[in-house]
Design a protein around this ligand. Structure first.
Ligand code: NAD
Length: 308
């Protein structure tokens, strides 16, 4: 749910996001994909107006007879999914009190953590994070727990958020450094972890990056596919976003559709690191960018799925 300058911007966003969902599901070996919803609103509604919008949206989802299953993302959370569930059974991520699996953000963070370890292992020859420097952009629902896991593993952190206070408080707690939000992408570090918004890796920002690895939670990190090439040319190992941030969908689908237990979910989350290893190996073997390698694997998996 988001405010867009023009309706066409919302349409463009939902098409990009639905494509990314398809890739994300294919890489997480989940037999779903193809859809995403954007609620383009003049302002983020609260109270009764929000409830009414969610009910109307629930009716729309239900009219698709289970071919589309909705879940939370930007500006929506488990309480909204509870309202949608009043009108449709095709909804994941309700509150635990209401029979759902609650927020997926902590498991997204676990998946990103495995992704960072795998990428560091590939770039530096050891996946030990002790003493590695990581810059985290955005310490919200995913960036906060991710920073805690990284600190626990011995990484030295630089944190930033447009909400300065949030970044400073977490930095103090984790004995990390906080920098202004507009400086985080230029911090010298081993790993840059975008965990805020999309489009942060583009022709303008890539020349000033000072990291060896990029691995973060944000969706659609590249401004355009060619940015994967730009990163490769600069010798920066890019862990494709839709591989690294699949922990959220893994959480929802594993618990609520496949009825798996904590150990099975943890195993799937660890698998994110293995999948990244496959992407890096292919990129090296074929001398292509990691973004192109991941896209190739998705295309192969979808073509097999299409035949079966
Ligand atoms: P969130 O809204 O809880 O946190 C985002 C944080 O980033 C906020 O603290 C916000 O103040 C900050 N922020 C926004 N713009 C910023 C900027 N330009 N610079 C620095 N900080 C900025 O969202 P989240 O759930 O933590 O998700 C973060 C990203 O990960 C989003 O792109 C989201 O689509 C993606 N993602 C989330 C999940 C999930 O399970 N929550 C799953 C997959 C992908």
């Amino acid at each position: 749910m988001k405010t867009y300058a023009q309706p066409a911007d919302g349409l463009r966003d939902v098409l990009r996001l639905s494509s990314a969902m398809t890739s994300k599901m294919a890489m997480a070996s989940v037999p779903l994909g193809g859809g995403k919803a954007v609620l383009a609103v003049p302002e983020i509604p609260q109270g009764q107006a929000r409830r009414e919008l969610m009910l109307r949206y629930g009716d729309l989802v239900e009219s698709l007879h289970g071919t589309y299953v909705t879940a939370c993302d930007m500006n929506t959370g488990p309480p909204d999914m509870d309202v949608i569930a009043e009108r449709s059974s095709s909804v994941l991520g309700r509150t635990e009190a209401n029979g759902g699996s609650g927020t997926s953000a902590p498991n997204t963070a676990v998946g990103v953590f495995h992704g960072i370890r795998a990428a560091v292992g590939h770039a530096f020859g050891s996946d030990d994070l002790d003493g590695r420097t990581v810059a985290v952009q955005g310490v919200g629902a995913v960036g906060d727990p991710l920073s805690r896991y990284l600190a626990e593993a011995g990484a030295r952190l630089t944190l930033a958020d447009v909400d300065d206070v949030r970044a400073k408080e977490l930095a103090e707690e984790l004995e990390a450094e906080a920098v202004p939000a507009d400086r985080i992408a230029e911090v010298e570090c081993d790993v840059f972890s975008p965990c805020a918004t999309g489009g942060v890796l583009n022709a303008d920002t890539i020349p000033s990056l000072r990291c060896r690895v990029i691995a973060g939670a944000a969706n659609n990190q590249l401004g355009e596919p060619a940015d994967a090439e730009r990163l490769a040319e600069r010798g920066i190992l890019y862990a494709p976003d839709y591989v690294v941030n699949a922990g959220g969908v893994i959480h929802l689908v594993s618990y609520e559709m496949l009825h798996e237990n904590d150990a099975q979910v943890a195993e799937r989350l660890r698998g994110i690191g293995d999948t990244l290893g496959e992407v890096f190996a292919r990129a090296e073997a074929e001398e292509i960018s990691t973004g192109a390698a991941a896209d190739e694997i998705v295309a192969e998996r979808l073509s097999v799925a299409g035949r079966t």
